[in-house]
Design a binder for this molecule. Structure first.
Ligand code: SF4
Length: 239
């Protein structure tokens, strides 16, 4: 894996280089053991487009919790056609119905952390076991909890073996306006719920419209202190 010094140097370099250069570095370094994970927010779509335009054939995956909006499911099909790719859906072991039998109905109302663990974190862990680099669409501007992310980070994936996974956030510096300018300019399909005032779109039970002055993720898990589903917090950051 990459040393802390190398990661520091790469972070400095990626701060100023175009996003496609960061993606090209990842492709040269990891090939298809690097993959783009997306929930189809705007930044992820920009990143997929930049990768395709530059001949970087990263696998793309999404977490299908079984509780996504119909608009999100329809968008996945549209994007597969638009980009000419297959997007792998990672699904939880428990269906929504089985989860209700095991943990009680509407777990998201009582214990959203457990619900997110079952429906998002565990499926992602299964995927990361086969990857060296996870490419995300995180942006610093999205929320306070994301304001200090690096463009490249290293995480301890398996405390027993010591195996690390590189997390690449090539969109870290992009603003919301820049993302939307890009999507419109290149006529990339996006979630129509965005036009209805949803700043960040996840599962139906945990997504509301955010106020105009709130951060983009303010509509997620309203009524709870929770601001992250857990996929970005379950691993310890090494560097
Ligand atoms: S976002 Fe809500 S419904 Fe979706 S997995 Fe998390 S708690 Fe469950």
């Amino acid at each position: 894996m990459l040393s802390p010094e190398t990661l520091r140097d790469l972070n400095e370099r990626f701060q100023t280089e175009p996003t496609e250069s960061t993606l090209t570095w990842a492709w040269n370094q990891f090939g298809d053991r690097a993959a783009i994970g997306t929930s189809f927010q705007g930044a992820g779509l920009v990143m997929i487009d930049l990768a395709r335009r530059n001949g970087l054939d990263f696998p793309v995956f999404t977490l299908d919790t079984g509780l996504l909006f119909a608009e999100t499911m329809a968008l996945k099909l549209k994007l597969e056609s638009f980009f000419g790719i297959q997007i792998e859906s990672l699904e939880p072991d428990l269906s929504v119905e089985t989860q209700a039998e095991v943990h009680g109905p509407e777990l998201w109302k009582r214990d959203p952390d457990l619900c997110c663990t079952v429906r998002k974190v565990v499926p992602l862990q299964g995927k990361l076991a086969s990857l060296d680099c996870w490419i995300t669409g995180l942006r610093r501007q999205q929320s306070d909890t994301r304001s200090a992310i690096g463009v490249i980070e290293s995480y301890l994936f398996d405390p027993v073996s010591g195996r690390e996974v590189i997390k690449l956030n090539p969109m870290a510096n992009w603003t919301r306006d820049a993302v939307w300018d890009y999507l419109k300019k290149h006529q990339i399909p996006y979630n129509p719920l965005q036009d209805q005032g949803y700043g960040s779109i996840g599962c139906v039970p945990c997504t509301r419209k955010a106020g105009r002055d709130e951060n983009e993720r303010a509509g997620r898990w309203m009524g709870f202190q929770k601001t992250e589903c857990g996929i970005h917090t379950f691993m310890a950051r090494k560097a």
